[in-house]
Design a protein around this ligand. Structure first.
Ligand code: J9N
Length: 233
């Protein structure tokens, strides 16, 4: 079973992880998600988790020790841990990364706020043989914190675990995703359902033909066209 731990100063912001799909996956024993409050790792009355940046500049930096205390508490020395630090400066998240994470046994998400986490947290755990560090971004825009980014990655990852999805056929289609002439992944072709005629708009004739060869050809052509359109914008 995949163990997921998420560390945040806003643990209640992560409560959607308990809902519906993921809640059921947890009931089925396919995944175990635990949320941790970073402030539980502080000793001062103010429960402070940040300080001014060395070298000056705007904003605050999250101090290293509460993160390390949380991570150490979550981790057994023997287990293989993938530590995912959310940051707009990280490697861009994609489907291939989701597939990699879905095959891991223990993911820890560090959801920072402010101007980020003291860089020595990543450095320290990178020096431990049982840790793999991933600095990950979900896109080129700035969020208030890593919580939503962690939820995006957790949703994309856990739905790839066998038994989590209700309908595994849709996964099969994804893994045989349509590729173009240069083996690039194409976006999806347009989908239609009943009625065949709706507000004067018709479903393309070929989809009603029952000719599976022609349907596959048409879908591939549509996917090529849509991908080209997206890439030139
Ligand atoms: N992709 C991405 C991540 C972020 C974060 S993580 C912590 C603060 C902001 N913004 N955008």
């Amino acid at each position: 079973m995949l163990q997921i731990d998420v560390i945040s100063i806003f643990p209640e912001y992560l409560s959607p992880l308990k809902l519906s799909l993921l809640g059921k996956a947890q009931d089925k024993g396919l995944v175990s998600i635990n949320i941790h409050d970073l402030r539980d790792q502080t000793n001062d009355v103010h429960k402070s988790v940040d300080d001014t940046p060395y070298g000056g500049g705007a904003g605050m930096v999250m101090t290293a020790e509460p993160w390390a205390a949380a991570i150490d508490q979550i981790t057994n020395d023997q287990d293989e841990v993938d530590l995912i630090i959310l940051t707009p400066a990280g490697e861009k998240f994609n489907q291939k990364m989701a597939e990699t994470f879905a095959n891991k046994s223990h993911l820890i998400f560090a959801c920072g706020r402010y101007e980020g986490i003291d860089a020595r947290v990543g450095e320290y755990y990178a020096g431990k043989s049982n840790f793999k560090i991933h600095q990950v971004s979900i896109g080129d825009y700035v969020l208030g914190g890593g919580e939503v980014a962690a939820m995006v990655i957790i949703e994309a990852t856990t739905r790839l675990i066998p038994g989590v999805l209700g309908n595994p056929d849709s996964l099969k289609e994804e893994s045989h995703s349509i590729t173009g002439a240069n083996d690039e992944v194409l976006v999806e072709y347009p989908n239609y359902t009943k009625p065949a005629s709706w507000r004067g708009l018709e479903v393309p004739e070929v989809l009603l033909s029952g000719n599976h060869g022609e349907i596959a050809k048409w879908r591939k052509a549509q996917a090529e066209r849509r991908t080209q359109q997206l890439n030139k914008e």
